[in-house]
Ligand binder design. Structure first.
Ligand code: SAM
Length: 321
């Protein structure tokens, strides 16, 4: 009985964003809710500080990342003085994935999160095997020999990471980077929209989206999709620029980002506009608390967030139960 109620609730959550209502009496279609009968051309949203038709935002965002793809990684280092690497390491530290875990990294771009994930599980596996060898008095010499011989081959292959991004150029740069770093096993690259993921239900242990969700037109829909593709017990983790909590730091950060980042964009990538969008889109993204509520509304449990660098970035986490 409890299982069938749970199934009904999960079905209702899943179908609610597809404009279908599930009741104990059955399933019924209802009119689309987001629009009040307006079309995507008529509804408006923000693109940075500009107001644009909803239908146009995705195209503009695509152009931004197509333009910056080749210089994306260099620009990340330049703009953040390398600190984005620490934020990404902190995400992995909080995730603490175990060998065998399946990751979906949405808006994964050039693959930074997935590379870290595969490296993390590889080192976890090596550590576990060393510990097993050290403490496993019951292991035979054959077991010990097998455990050493599988370190290299089994580790990364057991866990998988899928980098999913809407932008082919970003994925192309990421693939080239993976090849040059020799990261191949367990890694795949998929073109896909966060709002309509090309994966079946209940597939992944962890869903990450790093610095991606503020670019998505319908954040609520992307959250529903995250919930759908995660296995029960799976974890949603989102790293995103957020609201700086300290007023003095906020003023310094504003001055730096509005006055320096577009300049760096022009000098390094020859693209002022894309980096102006980046700075503006950060200001339009909901606060830590507002975003936490959105994640809860999507149906995640135990939602928490952690501020990094005084709230310049926040890591939100929630579970699918
Ligand atoms: C700032 S980059 C982040 C890349 C990577 N996650 C990182 O942390 O370096 C944002 C990425 O979001 C992608 N993106 C934007 N809208 C998307 C959507 N609707 N679905 C999937 N990816 C999207 C862009 O193509 C871009 O690669």
């Amino acid at each position: 009985m409890a299982a069938s109620v749970r199934l009904l609730v999960r079905q209702a959550i899943r179908l609610s964003h597809r404009n279908i209502t599930v009741t104990a009496a059955g399933v019924s279609a209802r009119p689309p809710c987001r629009c009040f009968s307006e079309s995507a051309e008529e509804r408006s949203t923000h693109f940075g500080f500009e107001t644009v038709p909803e239908a146009e935002k995705a195209k503009r965002v695509y152009k931004v990342f197509e333009n910056v793809a080749q210089k994306y990684d260099i620009m990340n280092d330049a703009m953040s003085l390398g600190i984005h690497r620490l934020w990404k390491d902190m995400l992995l530290h909080a995730m603490h994935p175990q060998p065998g875990a399946r990751l979906l990294d949405v808006a994964g771009g050039t693959g930074d999160i997935s590379f870290r994930f595969l490296e993390y599980v590889r080192s976890q596996r090596e550590r576990q095997q060393r510990r097993a060898v050290r403490f496993g008095q019951t292991l035979s010499w054959q077991d010990i020999s097998n455990s050493y011989s599988t370190i290299e081959t089994d580790g990364p292959r057991e866990s998988t990471a899928v980098v999913c991004d809407i932008n082919k150029e970003m994925l192309k740069v990421g693939k080239e980077k993976a090849e040059s770093l020799g990261i191949i096993a367990g890694l795949s690259w998929v073109v896909g929209d966060a709002e309509e993921l090309p994966f079946d239900d209940d597939q992944f242990d962890i869903y990450t989206i790093a610095f991606g969700i503020r670019n998505v037109t319908h954040i609520d829909q992307a959250l529903q999709e995250a919930l759908r593709v995660l296995k029960p017990g799976g974890r949603f983790m989102c790293l995103e620029f957020s609201k700086v909590t300290n007023p003095l730091l906020a003023r310094l950060y504003d001055a730096y980002s509005f006055q320096m980042i577009p300049v760096l964009g022009e000098v390094i990538a020859g693209d002022w506009k894309s980096y102006q969008y980046l700075v503006e889109s950060i200001r339009k993204f909901p606060s830590q608390e507002e975003f936490k509520s959105m994640i809860e509304d999507a149906g995640f449990y135990c939602v928490q967030y952690y501020n990094f660098t005084g709230g310049v970035v926040a890591l939100h986490s929630g579970f699918k139960l």
